[in-house]
Write a protein that binds this ligand. Sequence first.
Ligand code: MN
Length: 391
Amino acid sequence: MTPPVAQFAEPAPSGPRTACRVAAIETTIVDCPTTRRHKLSNTEISFQSYVLVRVILADGSTGWGEASTLGGPRWAEESVEAIKANIDTYLAPALEGANALDFELNALTMAKAATRNTAARAAVDAALHDAAGQSLGLPVATLLGGAVRDRIEVLWALASGDAEQEIEEARAKLAAREHRRFKIKLGFHAPADDMARLAKIVNAIGPQATEIVVDVNQGWSEATAIRYLPRLAEMGVALIEQPLRPGLIEATARVARRSQIPIMVDEAAFTGPEIMANGVAAAGSVYSLKLVKSGGLQEIRRAAAIAEACGMELYGGCLIESGIGAAAHLAAFSTLPRLEWGCEHFGPKILKTDLTRGEIRFADYAVHLPQGPGLGITVDEEALARAARKG
Ligand code: MN
């Protein structure tokens, strides 16, 4: 009697699937000093804290992922301490016996094991992709559908809050041909003082800079935003990021309607439905993509598709990741059909010591996609040991 046809073949005793069985998932908290203080509307940092995830496969291949935070659980709910605890206690055990090649299944398993926790899930997900790529000898970008670009124009953030220092910093970046687009953080001084600081910077670097973006990090009310829209337009600002608090969709939509400058949605939208709600309400016409928001590499590509379907343009956002997290973002960004606003993965350059060995190149105003299997980076284990949190 012939057996039924719709049977799955027994897994082969050797081959890529056997090689890619997950053998171990390890986490480390690191604290990396930055070259200068970095201010946001509600926080200020002089070092960056990450959780690094190392995945080891049955064939010995190793993959890395990184969860970034900004000054504790302030930019979002997750802190490095919570991320490490939730990976060690919930995500890693849920993936016991998993296969790194089952990208979507592993993402689902993690989503069931931990609600939200998108930074934690994204870090493990990136490490699984890197490890699988290392084992197969293929770049993560290839696993995600293939790169359509090998470099992305990259902006630099000015966020010390001191106009003179910021002008000097911007001039150095322009002279080195590293950056010609700048993001200026607003919302931590009184709005009038922020405007005066912005005007100074724009006057000094405006002619050389091709684009000035402002990021308010939720620091304004609708009234303040409306009051300053004409000034921002006069100064030639190209993009206004997250002026109001998340959840104020209608108010932000009213600001957007009155603004000549496009509004970018960042903290207001993590999930697909949140992106959709902001896009449909026209509370922004640009979306900032981040792994800490989307929770994984497959999911960030879906986030891009949802934003695009709402008519939004795309921007490659960062949370000041090291070279490890930057490489994961670049792998995903390189595969997107459209990325109108380039990216901001300057993180490796603002750390006193990056955690990779310089595979991510910054030249001619662009960040260049690292080449080679997996994420294309080598982790500097000595730098990692120095930055690892003790006790
Ligand atoms: Mn932002």
